[in-house]
Design a protein around this ligand. Structure first.
Ligand SMILES: NC(=O)c1ccc[n+]([C@@H]2O[C@H](COP(=O)([O-])OP(=O)(O)OC[C@H]3O[C@@H](n4cnc5c(N)ncnc54)[C@H](OP(=O)(O)O)[C@@H]3O)[C@@H](O)[C@H]2O)c1
Length: 328
């Protein structure tokens, strides 16, 4: 089969696409014929070694896939049948091989059915982002209907999913992003959309939520916490999940005197049970048509190195928002 792999940590140019033996599924694994994969920022961190995780070399890169079951696992019996459309968003780290290949051996407890009628390319564009959004909103921030969520970087992949899942849960969302993303953010369900270039953007948040926002989620990794923590209501929750090398100034008194909590997490650490919980939400929202992502470009799998260069902003070609989807 064809696969995109690395033989050691390195740059995008070290990704080689070529023949590898088709994986032989072990106990509890199904062999999946891959139909679409997506490139996520974390893939570049795993590839370079910036995100520490166990990686067996030669290592097939990539985390997400949508595909079709070729041969199901022997146990647990009856979970999946050959021909079933399935998806996974937790390959390619923690000792597991990745998804950027024609075939992948996937533990069945990390495999979920794709709802009928959902397009594989559309689905793969939201698996990582919506899984992250679910964990941050519900496991970490314990979002309740009627609360207000401030999302910075709302037009990006995770940001869009946060807006969509929060509004589906009955929350009010204030979205901050580039002016050109305003229409998209409104389409995701944001109640108010603010231009991040407006120097008065945080004063506008204060006017829109005079009692404070309940959840602050900055997807940009920028973290101007001195400015944004005072925008939180008492009991507010800050979700921290981006900005690997960010150094922020924390206004400590404003945190503890108002019962504010900081919730850092990576989806990479999520348990199988947490991921299954997120998958339930993702499948419900995919089936309803409410969960949508943007696709920047579709590439053949042979252009995996280019996909990483694009993600790292080191390649000419399609810029703009949306996922880079690759087709084996
Ligand atoms: N902890 C986890 O489990 C987890 C999971 C998924 C993703 N992540 C991280 O979350 C971040 C977002 O991921 P994503 O997939 O949503 O990426 P994305 O689709 O590229 O979106 C990033 C968003 O942040 C904005 N942004 C970037 N730099 C900015 C800055 N300096 N000021 C203001 N806005 C800025 C981008 O706007 P532009 O239009 O200007 O680019 C875009 O709207 C990444 O750092 C990723 O590594 C973490």
């Amino acid at each position: 089969m064809t696969a995109a792999c690395i033989t050691g940590f390195g740059g995008a140019d070290d990704i080689r696409t070529g023949p590898l033996p088709r994986p032989v599924p072990g106990p509890g694994e199904a062999l999946v014929r891959v139909e679409a994969v997506a490139a996520n920022h974390v893939d570049t961190f795993v590839r370079s070694g910036a995100y520490a995780t166990e990686v067996p070399f030669p290592f097939v890169i990539g985390r997400d896939l949508v595909g079709t079951v070729e041969s199901p696992a022997e146990a647990p019996a009856g979970t999946f049948a050959p021909g079933d459309r399935v998806w996974c968003n937790s390959l390619g780290h923690d000792g597991r091989q990745g998804s950027f290949a024609q075939y992948a051996a996937v533990p069945v407890d990390r495999l979920y059915p794709l709802p009928a009628g959902v397009d594989p390319v559309a689905a793969v564009s939201v698996l990582h982002t919506a899984g992250t959004a679910h964990l941050g909103l519900f496991r970490e921030a314990r979002l309740r209907a009627g609360e207000t969520v401030l999302v910075e970087g709302a037009g990006g992949g995770v940001g869009s999913a946060v807006v969509q899942l929060a509004t589906a849960a009955g929350a009010r969302v204030i979205a901050v992003d580039r002016a050109e993303n305003a229409e998209w953010c409104r389409g995701c369900g944001a109640d108010q959309v603010l231009d991040r270039a407006d120097p008065e953007v945080h004063a506008a948040v204060r006017r829109l939520a005079p009692d404070g926002v309940d959840v602050l989620w900055d997807c940009s990794g920028w973290h101007d916490l001195e400015t944004t923590i005072p925008l939180l209501a008492r009991g507010g929750r800050v979700v921290l999940m981006a900005g690997l090398r960010a150094r922020a100034v924390l206004p400590v008194g404003a945190v503890y005197t108002r019962d504010i909590s900081l919730h850092g997490f990576v989806i990479s650490n999520a348990s199988v049970a947490d991921l299954a919980d997120a998958a339930g939400t993702i499948n419900r929202e995919l089936a309803s048509g409410r969960l949508r992502g943007r696709i920047r470009v579709r590439l053949p799998l042979t252009e995996a190195a280019r996909a990483h260069r694009l993600l790292e902003g080191r390649a000419g070609g399609p810029g703009g928002p949306g996922r880079i989807v690759l087709i084996p």
